[in-house]
Design a protein around this ligand. Structure first.
Ligand SMILES: Cc1cc2nc3c(=O)[nH]c(=O)nc-3n(C[C@H](O)[C@H](O)[C@H](O)COP(=O)(O)OP(=O)(O)OC[C@H]3O[C@@H](n4cnc5c(N)ncnc54)[C@H](O)[C@@H]3O)c2cc1C
Length: 448
């Protein structure tokens, strides 16, 4: 997928790659440079097909004027063979902090004016192309997969950290300094770090699974109501899965590294690589700020606000149904409080918009997305915990599966008591709306 250019990353509407009609219908000459292209050039496959965004000469500026082209490195013959070189040149390989198994390339199209591409779909009408809409069909999947990859890295890091902590002998319990030396998994702070990772990876996994489940339902059910409900979940979940899961995965892997102490910072263990590799996920497929704008600017407003309202109503229903649960009522109450705080966040943002303070969207969007992930993660973990409690009631504490189910309940409790309260802190900052970051001159950032 070739979107990004040296001067046009987040703002894809400003791309300068151009397409010029040829004598052959549907075939255009392509000229331009793309950068950071994953798998942009490599010698694993015989040919490389670039799906490239470019603006056909005379199209309108901005995203509306963009079209999508199929640009092969080698122009295939009628017989489907590799064919002639299509003037698609690798200008260089990006030297990256991580993800080094993936060739990320600078791609020059048409250095010798001999690069051709097929227009995908119809020619622009009134200078408006279908490129962005076509690209977004892939983008939703890419964004979900980004959350999934981040979660995979965080999960394997957590599993490694837990095993390491169980084996590493260091120090004595703070509650019993005269004891023999113990493994670090027995220390409170190490348990805090492990439970942070466990609850984040489980919440992320649940969000991702729910998203794929809803995609399947939205595609396959014949029940129209169920299809609508599933589509709502897919729409709202995509920016959360992309941004919350990737931001939290990095924090989680950082805690995994901390569990290893100095050994985590060395290359002897896998954590250093996982931390490096995972750092790309908040950046690509639209930075996490772009995701938060998608949440607030599009998903909050979609269908006159009804789409988000029905997503949120499911969380409120969960609270109403489970507020008297014998084991988890205290944590369900924390979720109820966070949902009220979330509504206050929305009201505060509506207030700012009413006063014309649009900058507040930019300033708080990322934190609102994080708060959205926190309330959703808490709901899903509490759902798990309710199921786990039922199982424990059935099997008892001596059963070999008891630690697994007890762990699920502990994840939900930890999340509700230690991560969810961030929603209240965000509300406070949003209500106070301190704008000093914008009021000071730019030079204040540049002078020490
Ligand atoms: C390893 C790797 C693989 C990649 N693979 C691909 C690929 O296959 N295909 C492809 O097309 N691209 C690819 N990319 C590019 C990636 O999608 C972009 O790097 C990303 O979209 C950000 O663009 P940028 O780097 O130009 O940063 P910028 O857009 O310059 O952003 C820099 C910072 O400024 C913020 N920012 C930018 N504009 C605004 C604004 N208007 N308001 C507030 N904040 C703003 C951003 O959120 C970010 O924090 C890849 C990148 C990497 C590193």
């Amino acid at each position: 997928m070739d979107l990004t250019e040296p001067n046009s990353g987040s703002d894809v509407g400003d791309i300068t790659t151009k397409a010029f009609p040829t004598d052959e219908p549907g075939v255009y000459n392509i000229v331009g440079t793309k950068c950071f292209i994953t798998g942009g050039d490599q010698d694993i496959t015989e040919n490389i097909i670039h799906l490239t965004l470019a603006r056909i000469e005379g199209s309108v500026p901005g995203t509306k004027g963009i079209s999508l082209f199929v640009v092969p490195k080698y122009w295939p013959t009628e017989a489907g063979e590799k064919g002639e070189f299509n003037d698609v040149n690798c200008g260089g390989v990006e030297h990256k902090m991580g993800l080094r198994g993936s060739a990320t390339s600078i791609i020059n199209f048409g250095e010798d004016n001999k690069c051709r591409g097929y227009l995908l779909g119809n020619a622009p009408v009134d200078g408006k192309g279908a490129g962005m809409a076509q690209m977004f069909q892939m983008m939703n999947e890419e964004r979900t997969v980004t959350g999934l990859a981040a979660n995979a890295a965080a999960t394997v890091s957590y599993n490694n950290a837990a095993m390491y902590a169980a084996g590493r002998i260091q120090g004595r319990p703070i509650t019993n300094p005269k004891s023999v030396r113990v493994s670090i998994i027995q220390h409170e702070d190490v348990r805090r770090m492990l439970m942070y990772q466990k609850s984040i990876t489980e919440a992320s996994r649940a969000m991702i699974s729910m998203s794929y489940y809803c995609m399947d339902i939205a595609e396959n059910t014949s029940d129209e109501e169920e299809r609508k409900r599933a589509k709502v979940f897919v729409e709202v979940n995509i920016p959360i899965v992309k941004a919350w899961c990737s931001d939290m995965a990095f924090l989680s892997i950082s805690e995994a590294m901390q569990c290893y102490g100095g050994y985590g910072f060395s290359e002897d263990y896998p954590i250093a690589q996982q931390l490096r590799d995972c750092r790309i996920y908040p950046i690509w497929e639209g930075t996490n700020y772009i995701q938060s704008l998608d949440l607030i600017g599009r998903k909050w407003m979609m269908g006159g606000g009804q789409v988000f309202a029905s997503w949120f109503a499911e969380l409120e229903k969960f609270v109403a149904d489970n507020k008297d649960d014998k084991v988890l009522s205290a944590q369900v109450a924390l979720l109820a409080e966070a949902l009220n705080q979330y509504k206050e966040i929305q009201a505060a943002m509506v207030g700012y918009l009413g006063q014309g303070k649009f900058g507040m969207i930019g300033f708080f969007a990322t934190r609102i997305l994080q708060a959205t992930g926190h309330i959703y993660g808490a709901k899903l973990l509490l759902e798990h915990a309710l199921i786990a409690q039922k199982k424990i009631d059935e099997i008892g504490k001596e059963h070999f599966e008891y630690p697994y189910y007890a762990g699920k309940i502990a994840s939900a409790k930890f999340f509700a008591h230690n991560i969810l309260p961030q929603v209240g802190a965000n509300l406070r900052a949003i209500k106070e709306g301190d704008n000093s970051v914008m009021e000071i001159p730019e030079a204040s950032y540049l002078l020490d």
